[in-house]
Design a protein around this ligand. Structure first.
Ligand SMILES: Nc1ncnc2c1ncn2[C@@H]1O[C@H](COP(=O)(O)OP(=O)(O)O)[C@@H](O)[C@H]1O
Ligand SMILES: [Mg+2]
Length: 257
């Protein structure tokens, strides 16, 4: 088995990238796979969500700048789950000048051969389409796009798909690209409308389970807990266990909902 590297991207903020990364990684790790989560957002919200206050800690920044090996930056956060924090210099990398080394391959070079004992590496990306996201796209095999269920989310998505196509062309390979409805409100008409539009454009690319909008999911980061710990029997914990199952089994939505 080779490691599958998955970039969690969406240039819009607040759509559920970090929430999806933290909870999906934990659910997949709980089911027995070995998972490494990389917090590639200088804000460090993934680290906080997993209970790590990363103040002063070096992380993926030092690995990308070649000061440390990736293996030195791993923090074991749960059974089968390890985390790499962003580190305080990650935001510098976004503005790095282009000298001799191409700036887009820093993460790829850092990860090269380093996490081969893992089943999955998930990269939680910042809400931008800058250099950090480019680094994630260059190293990733797969892309997971969390989608909020509002009208403007659809507009952002065509831009994002354009970016992905450009990378595919430049790198001469295709990603496996999946979407997840990460903030779904079953009682709102707009949620159904957005999902229907997505289904017509991306049939068989939307993971079968929708993550519902709940108060519990918004609460758990402040305790440094995932939903599986904060409220293991809640419907949100069920949503994420079910999403992990979909992800592992390639279970997607068909037809109209
Ligand atoms: N399904 C959900 N239900 C309730 N709150 C959510 C849900 N998904 C995300 N949130 C909340 O919305 C905010 C933004 O989510 P986050 O995962 O940080 O987005 P991103 O990483 O895309 O910026 C956070 O406060 C988070 O707790
Ligand atoms: Mg985030």
């Amino acid at each position: 088995m080779t490691v599958r590297i998955v970039a969690i991207i969406n240039q819009k903020g607040g759509v559920g990238k970090t929430t999806t990364t933290a909870n999906l990684c934990h659910a997949i790790a709980e089911s027995g796979s070995k998972v490494t989560a990389i917090d590639l957002d200088p804000q460090g919200h993934l680290a906080v969500s997993l209970g790590i206050t990363a103040q002063g800690l070096g992380g993926i920044d030092e690995a990308m700048l070649k000061n440390k090996k990736v293996q030195q930056q791993l923090i074991s956060v749960r059974d089968n789950l390890q985390l790499i924090v962003p580190g305080s210099r990650l935001k510098e990398i976004e503005h790095l000048a282009d000298n001799n080394t191409p700036r887009g391959v820093l993460l790829k070079n850092a990860l090269q051969g380093s996490l081969d004992d893992q089943d999955f590496v998930f990269i939680d990306c910042p809400p931008s389409s800058g250099l950090l996201v480019a680094n994630a796209l260059i190293v990733a095999d797969e892309i997971l796009i969390p989608m909020a269920s509002d009208f403007l989310a659809l507009q952002g998505l065509s831009h994002l798909m354009g970016t992905i196509k450009r990378f595919e062309k430049a790198l001469q390979r295709k990603y496996k690209t999946l979407l997840v409805m990460s903030r779904y409100s079953p009682n709102r008409r707009i949620s159904h409308q957005v999902l229907n539009v997505l289904l017509t454009h991306f049939p068989e690319q939307i993971l079968a389970t929708v993550i519902r909008e709940t108060a519990l999911l918004a609460e758990c980061p402040s305790f440094g807990k995932t939903i599986l710990e904060y409220s293991p029997k809640s419907r949100s914990a069920r949503d994420f266990r079910s999403l992990a199952h979909d992800f592992l089994e390639d279970k997607v939505m068909y037809g109209s909902k």
